[in-house]
Ligand binder design. Structure first.
Ligand SMILES: CC(C)(COP(=O)(O)OP(=O)(O)OC[C@H]1O[C@@H](n2cnc3c(N)ncnc32)[C@H](O)[C@@H]1OP(=O)(O)O)[C@@H](O)C(=O)NCCC(=O)NCCS
Length: 128
């Protein structure tokens, strides 16, 4: 996977709240999936300048647990553009809020978003 960790690709930054933890005391995977979906949509909307719908989560790898003392930063960019679809590749980094030098790649993800019109039907994405 490409190294996406660059300010140009920063999409979303979140603190972990107590009600977002699972029974292990780490971030609940469903919460992270929600942030990944939102971040991917932001990237796809910015590229297509239209509404988008998530068609497919292609891959999500939860490599490291995210702790209550971490912030979560999602970097993403469009890596493939089809006629109506876009693949967005993302990296999810965890950072210790008390020591910003302690940054770890916690997860990677990729999702396919489809540009849609006002009737929620696929519409063409302009080629740049
Ligand atoms: C996303 C959606 C608008 C696409 O509509 P559709 O009629 O299924 O789409 P089409 O068959 O016209 O295909 C659109 C694009 O998706 C791609 N696609 C469709 N099915 C696919 C599949 N199973 N795998 C990979 N790509 C697929 C097509 O290749 C096409 O890409 P391209 O134009 O870049 O070549 C529709 O499926 C939808 O509304 N899904 C629900 C979205 C949603 O609610 N997401 C939130 C999850 S809860």
């Amino acid at each position: 996977m490409n190294d996406l960790k660059h300010p140009d690709n920063l999409v979303l930054k979140q603190f972990v709240m107590p009600d977002e933890l699972n029974y292990n005391g780490t971030l609940f995977g469903g919460q992270l999936l929600s942030w990944i979906d939102q971040a991917g949509a932001v990237v796809a909307i910015s590229r297509s300048r239209s509404k988008v719908a998530l068609l497919k989560m292609n891959e999500v790898l939860f490599k490291k647990p995210i702790m209550p003392s971490d912030s979560v930063t999602i970097y993403g960019k469009v890596t493939t553009v089809g006629r109506t679809s876009m693949e967005v590749t993302m990296e999810i980094w965890r950072t210790n809020i008390f020591d910003e030098n302690e940054e770890i790649l916690a997860a990677t993800a990729s999702g396919t978003y489809v540009a849609i019109d006002e009737n929620l039907k696929p519409q063409r994405v302009d080629r740049k």
